[in-house]
Design a protein around this ligand. Sequence first.
Ligand SMILES: [Zn+2]
Length: 232
Amino acid sequence: MKLGPNLTLGKAFGIDILLHWSFFLLPLLVILLSVTQGDSLGVTGLWVVLLLVILASVLWHEMGHALVARRLGIPILDIMLTPICGLARLARAPDSPRDEVLVALAGPLANGVLAALCGLLIWATGREFATEPDAFPGDLLLTLFWIQTALFALNLLPIFPMDGGRVLRAILAMRLNGSRATELAARLGQTVSLVAAILGLVYRFYPLTIIAVFLMLTAEQEIRQHRLYPDK
Ligand SMILES: [Zn+2]
């Protein structure tokens, strides 16, 4: 374990796993919210466990991207985990739109496989899929099933720079040139994100607004990058 701006958690399949320093704000926030709500120490502990399960699920998702990319001959720099997302950092972009689709789909598919396995276990033991909300986060199998299902479904939404948006960009790039495809996919993603950000404000579900604004800014950055390096 190496200390620095990023904490190196270790290696998996020869890939460095880094935790961005700001990640620690998340457990602090969860503990603070739980304590101010008057939760018992046990309940606060369960929320922290839930956070760790989410972190492990995001890592599993990024591992899917990284292992498929490496199989396609793309070197992997590392996997970075931040409070909002995970990122498998590739040494270069995939060579073709087809490879781009494969790398983009690998993350959600990793979650889909785990969701199916958990679902099978829940079904085989004759348990209910939907229980009272307070069954979470204590019921680990059920929690894991819903987290994997959510990561699978949300990441496939065609909102660039999410995986579904990258698949859309790659499909567009089969017909248009690379930067035109990126711009189109990114602008479409930004429009959907803007609607989500406004809905978050209207319904006072602020995490949605924060994530939507983050996605809009990341999409903007990608458009600029593709203008600088148009043929990628
Ligand atoms: Zn992904």
